[in-house]
Structure formats: structure tokens, C-alpha cells
Design a protein around this ligand. Structure first.
Ligand code: TXA
Ligand code: MG
Length: 381
């Protein structure tokens, strides 16, 4: 029962206490784990604190932030009316968890979120994270936390504390380490205030799971994976470059049966260190003749990077970084951002990614992130 849910306050690690103190007393945001990705949190009721998030990330301030709450009482304290009934089945089923709902911003000044949170919109996004560490932090901070993903703007979202450190070292003071994030892609953002209700960002809760809830049978996808330009996007974050490693990303849409030949021909002339992310159909056997295995078994999320040096059949001398994420679509979601970051770290010039079949499961989130990260998309011919 969510009403009676309590944070277990008996065994609080000192790091959690100092993180909560920093949130209460300083304008510097704190990085913390959630089940989706690491967040960069600040007291959502204090403008100076929220501005600190935009500064640390280098994030454009017209992109609104999600408000993270520890419990329903905290959420209600931000509202001037009851929670709209359309959301009740979702809250019951998916909270705490990877779902963000849009709610009306209260006009009541007693309940106000800092205006920087919503970037001037009449709605705000709210979510109750599943991570007990996250909820305990929010409870100890005594305020809802505005938190975007804790990456530098434009980079892949962080799914380990190390990723946060790689991006934000020197810009923040505290990173709470809760280990790798379980889901690996961000929350699903839904708007139930419009008719029909809409998914604004696919994520950890799938469209098929939403559709199974009362009032959500007719839920529509109101997002575009590729930036189509002219029309004003409904989720403001969608117009920016996103999830991008330094390396050029070439995405092969799901359904390419014989991927092997395709990825062998995909690198540019100057691109000699080639990362390959395999999710299912692509095979290594036979395509790797002439490669010596130099290092093997570096762990990336659920997958493994296998670094091979040598000469590909043909003239070009290549170093291949093979990431195996073939454990099913949940494993792809779990390891994707880590794989993009690891391939950057190992010096990939280009990253060739095997897509998954788009669908109403978490594949929608995987393909959304990949299409945004890609500078080139190839389709099965
Ligand atoms: O899983 C997550 O949601 C993570 C963790 C840290 O909780 N957070 C996250 O935040 O992904 P961020 O800021 O990277 O993405 C927030 C998304 C953006 O696409 C933003 O435009 C959308 O939510 N959003 C937030 N408030 C909105 C609003 N009022 N109307 C429409 N879209 C909104
Ligand atoms: Mg983000």
C-alpha cells in the first residue's frame, strides 16, 4: 500500500546523510542512482538549487526537469487538486518505478515548484523512483528533487557512478554510488491530461503495459524518434542532440538478417577503430578471420566487449571492438549506454549498432535512443 509506504530509516549510510545535507544546504546538485539511470538532483522548491543543475550539465534551460518524490504525500503537497483519476491505475501498477506522469502546476504559491523546473510550462513531470536509495535520499532531503539524467548534456545517460564522474567531475561534489542501474534507459513519460492519453517518451514501462491499464487502452505514441524539425516538439527535450558518444554512430534498423556483410562495409576510410554492438542476428563467426584476440571479456552492462586487432578481409587495417549485447531486449536496454561510453573510452572512430525490432515493449525505448544517437541510419533493403 503506497499510502503506508515508509522509508526504512534505521540503517542510513553516512554518505546518504551527507548527500541529503548537501541538498538541503548548498546550491550544488547531488548525483544519485535510480533504477533507470543516474539522476542529478536538487531541491525542486529552491530556484538557486535548480539552476545549479543546468549549470553542472550545460543543459539548455528551456528543457524541463522531472520532479522525484518519495511518496504520494509529497506529491500531493505540490498539487492544488487531487491527483487526476486517469493516473490512479498507473500509480498503483508502476510506482515506485520507471514512469513519469504530467500534472498541472499548482497556482497556489504555498505549493510552488521553482519556475526553473518546468521551464515555464503549465505542467510538470513527476515520478516516484523504485530505487530505495533514491527514495531515502528524497525523504532525508525533505523536499521533492528535480533531477535530469546525470550526464553532461548531449552525452549518453549514465548507468554507473563512474559514468557520472567521467562527465561531471569537478562540477559536482557528491555522487551516491548504488551500483549499475537495473533498467538502463530512462522512465516512460506519459500525458494523461490530453485525450487520448499519450506517451511523450518511451522508457522503462512499455506501451503494452500501459495499454493494459484502465483508461489507457487507446494510448498513442506522441513522440518522434528522428528530429523532423518544423513542428514544435511536445516533450521539449526532444529537439536537442541526445545520447551521443564522440564516435559517429551508424544504426542498422532491426530486421537485417545478414548483418555481417553490412557492418563490414560501413566504416569510413579514416575510421580504423570500429566498435560493433551486436544485439541478436549479427554473427562474429567467420566475419573475424585474421583477427587476433588481444583482450577479452571486458564487462559492459550485461554484455561483454571483445577487443580484436588485425586485418579485415580486404585492405583496410582495423581494430575491432565487439560488444555482445545478445541477451534479449532487456539486456540491450540495460547495457546500451554503457556500451556507447565504453566504445568511446576505447577510442572507437565509428560505432556500428545492430538495432532491435521496434515494438510496444522496451524495444521502443531502445530504438528511440539509438535513432537519436545515430548520425546515419541504414535500413534493410
Ligand atoms: O528515468 C528518468 O526519467 C531519469 C531519472 C534520473 O529519473 N530522468 C530523466 O530526466 O531522464 P531528463 O531530464 O533527462 O528527461 C526528462 C524528459 C525530457 O524529455 C523532458 O522534456 C520531459 O521529460 N519532460 C519533463 N517535464 C515535462 C513537461 N512538463 N512536459 C513535457 N515533457 C516534460
Ligand atoms: Mg537525459
Amino acid at each position: 500500500n503506497l499510502e503506508e509506504w515508509q522509508v526504512p530509516l534505521t540503517t542510513i549510510p553516512p554518505s546518504l546523510l551527507s548527500a541529503a545535507t548537501a541538498l538541503r544546504t548548498t546550491p550544488v546538485p547531488v548525483a544519485f542512482p535510480t533504477e533507470t539511470v543516474y539522476g542529478l538532483g536538487a531541491d525542486a522548491t529552491r530556484s538557486a538549487a535548480v539552476r545549479g543543475i543546468y549549470t553542472a550539465k550545460g543543459r539548455p534551460s528551456d528543457n524541463p526537469l522531472i520532479v522525484h518524490v518519495a511518496d504520494l504525500a509529497m506529491l500531493r503537497s505540490l498539487l492544488s487538486a487531487p491527483i487526476p483519476p486517469i493516473y490512479l491505475p498507473l500509480i498503483k501498477k508502476f510506482w515506485p518505478g520507471p514512469l513519469t506522469i504530467l500534472l498541472p502546476v499548482s497556482a497556489d504559491s504555498q505549493r510552488k515548484l521553482a519556475p526553473e523546473v518546468t521551464a515555464g510550462l503549465p505542467t510538470f513531470g513527476a515520478r516516484m523512483p523504485a530505487s530505495p536509495l533514491a527514495r531515502t535520499l528524497i525523504k532525508l532531503a525533505g523536499a521533492p528533487l528535480a533531477a535530469p539524467s546525470a550526464n553532461a548534456s548531449t552525452k549518453p545517460s549514465p548507468t554507473t557512478a563512474q559514468h557520472v564522474l567521467d562527465d561531471l567531475d569537478g562540477r559536482i561534489e557528491v555522487i551516491l554510488d548504488g551500483g549499475p542501474c537495473a533498467v538502463g534507459v530512462e522512465s516512460t513519460v506519459v500525458d494523461g491530461l490530453c485525450e487520448p492519453p499519450a506517451v511523450l517518451r518511451p522508457g522503462g514501462v512499455s506501451i503494452e503495459e500501459l495499454r493494459a491499464c484502465r483508461g489507457w487502452e487507446g494510448v498513442v505514441r506522441a513522440y518522434r524518434d528522428a528530429d523532423a524539425g518544423e513542428e514544435k516538439p511536445r516533450a521539449p527535450g526532444m529537439k536537442y542532440k541526445h545520447y551521443s558518444p564522440r564516435a559517429r554512430v551508424v544504426l542498422f534498423e532491426g530486421g537485417d538478417g545478414d548483418g555481417k556483410k553490412k557492418w563490414q562495409g560501413a566504416g569510413g576510410e579514416e575510421e580504423r577503430t570500429v566498435g560493433v554492438i551486436r544485439t541478436g542476428r549479427w554473427e562474429v563467426d567467420g566475419g573475424w578471420d585474421g583477427f587476433e584476440v588481444e583482450e577479452f571479456g571486458r564487462q559492459v552492462g550485461e554484455g561483454v566487449v571483445d577487443v580484436r586487432e588485425g586485418k579485415l578481409v580486404g585492405e583496410k587495417e582495423l581494430r575491432l571492438l565487439d560488444v555482445d549485447l545478445t541477451g534479449g531486449v532487456k539486456a540491450v536496454a540495460h547495457g546500451l549506454f554503457a556500451a556507447l561510453r565504453e566504445l568511446d573510452r576505447l577510442g572507437a572512430d565509428v560505432i556500428l549498432v545492430e538495432g532491435v525490432d521496434d515494438g510496444d515493449d522496451i524495444a521502443a525505448a531502445v530504438m528511440n535512443r539509438l535513432r537519436k544517437a545515430a548520425s546515419e541510419i541504414r535500413r534493410a533493403s
